[in-house]
Write a new protein. Structure first.
Length: 290
């Protein structure tokens, strides 16, 4: 009797857990669609902006723009780590943190001093627990980032890069390929390395007239390109988070279903054995009375 009561309690517990994971899977599926739409809307603009800068870049112009400065030796670098504020997404946040720490280690091995700028409650909590220093720890950017969020994250770093206080700025984010493929990636946003992929080097023909001048156009496009690169990283990470959470909740729901099948079979067998024992006791008692 005690065994069947324990099995019934476990069945109720697993059933409630399965309902929760199924609901979270449905919520993540709904949010994933909107997040995917934002990713698809951001990519063409970023690609065209990159191509425009690549067509305008010229060796003579590189010397006049601080954002194009390429130092011979990287003495100080910043790593911007973007994670989520919530868990229950499998190894999503752990992979991003591992990628950022590995990048920081490689930069330190090259002789650079590295500072971490972290966005996301999960990474902030992990690094605080490990007592690793962070230059910036932000938990106010949600799963619907805006261009203002990207600006507040990267503009101070861009100003420091222009002033010569930083030699490189890297962003670690989750590249959104599909709901099932969200690998961590590292992107160097400063110095700007935008090349025109549509034309081969050496075949570019500058037979157009610019108004205003190329200097003024680049002066406006370069900060916008840096800001847009970080915005795209935020948007892709948000979409990847929903994809990873949906996958994790689907796996949890399936596992709960398998566990319920095993528990129900075990309960039915225990109940059958109990009934058989009770019948045997009744028959034995009747025989004794005869």
């Amino acid at each position: 009797m005690a065994q069947t009561r324990e099995l019934k309690r476990r069945i109720r517990s697993v059933s409630k857990t399965r309902q929760i994971t199924k609901t979270m899977e449905m919520v993540s599926t709904s949010k994933l669609k909107r997040a995917t739409d934002r990713v698809h809307a951001a990519r063409p603009y970023a690609e065209h902006l990159r191509g425009a800068i690549g067509r305008l870049l010229d060796p003579a112009l590189r010397e006049r723009f601080p954002l194009l400065r390429r130092p011979e030796t990287v003495r100080r670098a910043a790593v911007v780590l973007i994670t989520s504020n919530r868990g229950l997404a499998g190894a999503f946040n752990a992979n991003l943190i591992r990628e950022a720490r590995g990048l920081a280690t490689r930069l330190r091995e090259q002789g650079a001093e590295v500072e971490l700028h972290v966005s996301g409650r999960k990474a902030v909590s992990f690094l605080r627990f490990r007592k690793e220093p962070m230059a910036v720890a932000r938990m106010d950017i949600g799963d619907r980032p805006s261009l203002e969020d990207a600006a507040s994250l990267v503009d101070p770093l861009r100003d420091r890069f222009e002033a010569g206080e930083l030699d490189e700025v890297h962003v670690v984010y989750a590249r959104f390929r599909s709901a099932l493929s969200t690998p961590p990636a590292a992107m160097k946003v400063l110095p700007v390395e935008a090349e025109d992929d549509g034309e081969e080097r050496g075949t570019r023909v500058h037979n157009f007239i610019l108004s205003p001048s190329a200097d003024e156009i680049l002066g406006r496009l370069l900060p916008l390109y840096v800001r847009n690169s970080v915005y795209r990283a935020l948007v892709e990470t948000a979409a990847a988070e929903h994809g990873a959470r949906r996958t994790a909740m689907k796996n949890a729901t399936d596992n709960a279903g398998d566990m319920l099948d095993v528990l129900n079979r075990t309960y039915n067998r225990a109940r059958q054995a109990q009934i058989t024992q009770e019948i045997a006791e009744i028959v034995g008692g009747a025989a004794a009375l005869e």
